[in-house]
Design a protein around this ligand. Structure first.
Ligand code: UD1
Ligand code: CA
Length: 519
């Protein structure tokens, strides 16, 4: 038999939430990557109702926008003053007319409520042909909730709010969750007859139960299997508790699906994350947004991944990754940052203190240490030397650079974009590359080393360095500190010479003076 399909789900979300003490509207506070309102709408959506209605009041613009983000054709009904839950439903039935069929009412601040519990409520309602069916729960401390009052035969008679309850009624531990399934036509009529003669002077939706019973209709209940589901959030303490419970629930589902989670208390994942069997999540890991982790991949300890795709068998350690893709068998970290648009190829290695943005790294390539790769494409099997910077920004615009396959960028290079390094090319350590390097060439872009002999003893006499230099000179029997100091040492072994500046004696003499002045 097909599931009964509600004509509408009404989500009440007009309350102020003053106890949150927050500038964010209560139902927009989030847990596990989704606002409380989003969770309520997701559960509602699984009933496949013909329409979803949100009652908004306090901060209605933000609440409406969030509702529309989740349910594009949502119907928002504005409640100008908070006249109570009965008032909220009355203005909906007045605005939308009689809705013949099953109408479900639920709250925007009850994020642990499962879709399957709502579905069970609707099923029971239809099967028992009730005018109203109330989702109830038994909780150790029922204070604050409406109590379920039953007739001698055990059938539901009415709901009494705590403020209006007798001492005997307050002792009842079965409470009203605030979720109901109604006959839409009977609801529209009954809410018009709800009075405000109660302790709070409000229109109570709960009074509809007694009204329908008085009309001779049948009211039923269904008990929530897990009372935690009906816990509402009124302050940030409750939000933290509910968030942890929701997270535990998600982690349990993934563990039962074959995912290893070493420390569930220290692992946080969002509701839209997907984990494959044999993925392993180590402590201190936060997986956010639409992150996907493949089979055999290991994440953590201490990673934050947002909207990131991790392919099978990749390893990510102490890393922050956002909108990135990590290829199969690649490894990232420790202490790596992958910013949006980063794509790491199969088996590639991203090492320590490396930042990438809008960059691709080809299969088997390595970016091992202290490097920034911004707006660049690195081919396959290339190696980027330590402390290299892809200089992508000229102060006005960003430019893109390309590194081919089997390239070796020397340590401490500046690749000033846009620049293209051809396949199989090398660049010398310490180069500032401003021009393309053709395939197979060695690019050298730095000045040649010059040693000014005896400089320390002449210019820094009496310092420990000068004394050490003098001792070394005596030990090796090399020339006096008074020598002219023009002898040059060769500096680099791979001196192809094409781009090297000579480092002349005149040039050095000038920088020697600058050095002195700078101190
Ligand atoms: C309500 C129920 C109570 C139940 C409890 C469960 C009534 C009279 N009482 O009490 O039996 O045990 O929920 O949590 O219904 N809202 C509006 N407009 C309003 C008033 C409320 O949209 O004018 C929304 C609130 O934003 C909230 C929900 O309805 O999401 C419940 O309102 P709240 O005032 O918290 O009701 P309770 O007093 O907790
Ligand atoms: Ca409440």
């Amino acid at each position: 038999m097909s599931e009964p399909r509600p004509v509408a789900v009404i989500v009440l979300a007009a309350g102020e939430g003053t106890r949150m003490k927050s500038r964010i509207p209560k139902v927009l506070h989030s847990l596990c990557g989704r606002s409380m309102l989003g969770h309520a709408l997701a559960a509602a959506g699984e009933l496949d109702p013909q329409r979803v209605v949100v009652v908004a009041g306090h901060r209605r613009d933000e609440v409406s926008a969030e509702a529309a983000r989740h349910v594009p054709d949502v119907c928002v009904v504005v409640q100008e003053r908070l006249g109570g839950t009965g008032h909220a439903v009355r203005i909906v039935t007045e605005a939308l007319g009689v809705m013949p069929g099953i109408v479900v009412v639920t709250y925007g601040d009850m994020p642990l409520l499962r879709a399957r519990t709502l579905a069970a409520l609707v099923r029971e309602h239809a099967a028992a042909a009730n005018a109203v069916t109330v989702l109830t729960a038994r909780i150790p401390d029922p204070s604050g909730y409406g109590r379920i009052i039953r007739d001698a035969d055990g059938s539901l008679a009415e709901i009494v709010e705590e403020a209006d309850a007798t001492a005997a009624q307050r002792a009842i531990d079965e409470i009203n969750s605030g979720c109901y399934a109604f006959d839409g036509a009977l609801l529209a009529d009954a809410v018009k007859r709800v009075a405000t003669s109660n302790a709070q002077g409000q229109e109570y939706l709960t009074d509809v139960v007694a009204i329908l019973r008085g009309d001779g209709h049948h009211a039923g209940t269904i008990l929530a299997a897990d009372p935690a589901e009906v816990e509402g959030v009124n302050d940030l303490v409750q939000l933290a508790k509910v968030r942890r419970a929701f997270n535990e629930r998600l982690l349990e589902t993934w563990m039962r699906a074959g995912v290893t989670i070493v420390d569930p208390a220290a692992t946080w994942i969002d509701v839209d994350v997907t984990l494959a069997p044999d993925a392993e999540i180590l402590p201190g890991t936060h997986l956010e947004g639409h992150t996907v982790v493949g089979s055999g991949a290991r994440i953590g300890p201490d990673c934050l991944l947002r909207d990131t795709l991790v392919a099978p068998d990749a390893k990510v350690l102490y890393a922050v990754c956002e909108s990135a893709e990590i290829g199969p068998g690649a490894d990232v970290g420790p202490f790596a940052r992958l910013r949006p648009g980063t794509r790491i190829g199969p088996g590639a290695h991203i090492g320590t203190n490396v930042e990438l943005k809008n960059a691709t790294v080809g299969e088997g390539s390595k970016v091992p240490h202290l490097t920034y790769v911004g707006d660049a494409d690195i081919g396959a099997h290339s190696n980027i030397g330590a402390a290299t910077v892809f200089v992508n920004y000229d102060g006005i615009a960003k430019h893109r650079s390309t590194v081919g396959d089997y390239v070796r960028i020397g340590a401490d290079n500046m690749l000033v974009a846009p620049v293209e390094i051809g396949d199989g090319a090398y660049t010398a350590a310490g180069s500032v590359i401003t021009e393309d390097v053709p395939p197979g060439a060695l690019g050298v872009a730095r000045s040649k080393q010059h040693n000014s002999e005896g400089w320390v003893e002449r210019r820094r006499p009496g310092t420990p360095a000068a004394e050490a230099a003098a001792r070394a000179r005596h030990a090796t029997g090399s020339g006096s500190a008074e020598s002219s100091g023009t002898k040059e040492s060769p500096g680099t072994k791979e001196s192809s010479g094409t781009k090297e500046s000579p480092g002349t004696v005149e040039g050095w003499a000038r920088s020697e003076d600058e050095e002195t002045q700078a101190r």
